[in-house]
Ligand binder design. Sequence first.
Ligand code: DGI
Length: 150
Amino acid sequence: MMEQSFVMMKPDVAQRRLLGKILTRFEEKGLQLVAMKLLQIDESLAKEHYGEHAEKPFFNDLVSYITSSPSLAMVIKGDDAISLIRKIVGATNPKEADLGTIRGDFAMDMGRNVIHASDAPESAKREIALFFDDDEICDYQMVDDSWIYE
Ligand code: DGI
């Protein structure tokens, strides 16, 4: 099923000049970028995005990490994109993430795990709406679709 997922490269990625390298992983897989925005996330947006973790001991550190420098927010589309992107991203703890995944290859610590990706259709919908207006999401055909999908 065609799905859209919310994906966000966290502040360490721009700082470490890895934005292009990580974006390439999604493009090379055959996924389609339909929205993208570099933004400095403020405290209220960070707290809303990570609201489910408000009571966790790491919450304040998570909010200060996410607000520390610009992040790259994206909407990425493809067949079964939500679970597929979670596989490409790897486990939350980079030390447990398989090599070959983004977190497995580019990160060391849970508190610097470089990327966020929606974990379910409901969270994708909520997160996309939090970061993008409807008219910021592009609807367009890729010329290589028939070479990516059978
Ligand atoms: O969906 P994920 O980002 O893989 O994981 P999540 O929704 O459970 O947690 C959101 C973020 O919060 C995660 O990317 C890193 C941080 N986090 C989660 N569990 C811990 C944590 N940070 C620390 N320091 N310790 C944790 O146990």
